[in-house]
Design a protein around this ligand. Structure first.
Ligand code: NAD
Length: 255
């Protein structure tokens, strides 16, 4: 076990699967005190147990949805009560409804705004005074390629708006946080195989045009590809990095 995050209190949303789980395991292996949450209690618990089984330190709220401001505050208070403060906030979890504009309902639109924008605002708002009190910290927000360009096979109208908003919010947070030592960066993953995308990737018709956008011989990303970027941003190795968006996308946005 190395210690790139030794004793850093890291709040991560959506640790039950995919990139959130990968980050929680990696952060804990690097010495972080992980505070996780998910809306899937069984999956959340499984990640917490996997961390502890490997000798890591982790606590979590298995029924916490930071789309609700009160739940976001609850998560931050839980981190402060458990470990005395907050050093890193990783807004990984998101809820998106996918539909082409003709099928997109107002309800789907608002659910996505709440699940991609409110969720980030709520947690950052709750954690901000604690990050200030600590003399600084790192906010990592999950954007997406969809926040920067359109994929021909993805009905991503609301999702594109949400993730584009996350990338924009992150720049503003970086500017406002600078004087407090608070850094804010976004990671914009390309197509990563997780529970959310596996059925699509396994559909040859859907995947063919997506594959053409992946420079590295069509390789789809893994949750760990993204977690390593998050690890860098959570650590002091990125002390002079703020207001940036990291394309972890196999070259997708470069051609
Ligand atoms: N998979 C991709 O190709 C891809 C690409 C770009 C961006 N992203 C983004 O990456 C992030 C993680 O996606 P993933 O593919 O790992 O997803 P996933 O579905 O594999 O895992 C998401 C986890 O978050 C939990 N979750 C969902 N809503 C929640 C909420 N409101 N509160 C707490 N927990 C919640 C889920 O229960 C699940 O355990 C998301 O922000 C997503 O938009 C994914």
């Amino acid at each position: 076990m190395s210690a790139r995050l030794q004793d850093k209190v890291t709040v991560i949303t959506g640790i039950g699967s995919g990139m959130g789980r990968a980050a929680a395991l990696l952060f804990a292996a690097e010495g972080a005190r992980v505070v996780g949450c998910d809306i899937d209690p069984v999956a959340c618990q499984a990640t917490l147990e996997a961390i502890r089984a490997r000798g890591g330190e982790a606590v979590g709220l298995p029924d916490c949805d930071p789309c609700d401001p009160g739940q976001a505050r609850r998560l931050v208070e839980y981190a402060v009560n458990s470990f005395g403060g907050v050093d890193v906030v990783y807004n990984n979890a998101a809820v998106a409804r996918m539909a082409w504009i003709e099928d997109m309902t107002c309800e789907m639109w608002s659910t996505t705004m709440r699940g991609e924008l409110d969720i980030v605002f709520n947690l950052v708002k709750a954690a901000w005074p604690h990050l200030k009190q600590r003399g600084g910290g790192s906010i990592i927000n999950c954007g997406s390629v969809s926040g920067k360009m359109a994929y021909e096979v993805l009905p991503a109208l609301a999702h594109a708006a949400g993730k584009g908003g996350v990338i924009a919010m992150t720049r503003q947070l970086a500017m406002e946080g600078g004087t407090h030592g608070i850094r804010a960066n976004s990671i914009s993953p390309g197509l990563v195989r997780t529970g959310a995308t596996a059925p699509l990737i396994d559909d040859a018709n859907w995947f063919a045009p997506m594959k053409r956008k992946l420079m590295l011989n069509g390789r789809v990303g893994t949750p760990e590809d993204v977690a390593y970027c998050a690890l860098y941003l959570a650590s002091d190795e990125s002390a002079w990095v703020t207001g940036a968006d990291f394309a972890i996308d196999g070259g997708t946005t470069a051609w």
